[in-house]
Design a protein around this ligand. Sequence first.
Ligand code: A3P
Length: 279
Amino acid sequence: AQDMKDEDKLFRHDGVLYPTIMSPLENLKAMEHLEARHDDVMLAAYPKCGFNWMVAVVRKVMAASTGHEGMKGPPLIEFFDPKAQQLLSEVPSPRFLGTHMHPDNMPSSFAAKKTKMLVVIRNPKDTAVSFYHFSVKNPVLPTPESWDTFYAEYMSGDVCWGSYFDHALAWEKRIDDPNIMIVTYEEMKEDLSKGVQQISQFFGFPLSKEQIQTIAEDSTFSSMKENSKDSHGKLAGVFFRKGEVGDWKNHFSEAQSRMMDAEFEKRLAGTKLGAKLKY
Ligand code: A3P
């Protein structure tokens, strides 16, 4: 990745940018044929909304309840090459899978099989700040010229996996679907035990109060950061930055904040998801 020119690090597919190294076009094409199962455990999130956090929580919930560790590594289906995607058909149930894809661009078999899906979403301002720092530090992504240029790209949806607002609106449409549970980064920060309990109940992995408590304690930002050398290797510092609500205040100008508030008003005001995304 170090030798790759910045302009080659992203490519556009159906109008949306993707990272060339992590999810090349051949992966996206192969993924269209992925055969979802009814009992897959699926996690979906726009980038930087707390995906890795929820990966850790779901893995611990599944391990505590079933006694199996499951597959290692990032579960993002668009990161699996065509061969690895084929091998997925041999993985025993329940498989734990994840994606950053917009719900309209996910393999259609997930909807057909009514696979349960946990969605984690975060307020758009902190997501933008997290995405900016991630882009600066991650060698597979182009380095933004500045916070201001990144902000402009984020607002126009010219970042990997597309526009935050397009994703949020697509989830808003599905918010009452019984197979979908939407949680926010902010509510997880507020009460992680409650979040763990809701997740275990949603996916049908019953846990004792003690198990829930232990998982919540092991999944705080500080414990995950401490263990991140093992879980994320060299990328530990890239994925575990600050882990707080409201860091946008240290980055946004008045004008940037007003512009995003206006976009939020225009697109999400009065919606159920909009009400959950207070910031
Ligand atoms: P910050 O950059 O604001 O610190 P993703 O996993 O979707 O890429 O999201 C990354 C964001 O989640 C980063 O936000 C990261 O620090 C934060 N994060 C990771 N683990 C966390 C945890 N256990 N608790 C709270 N936030 C966490």
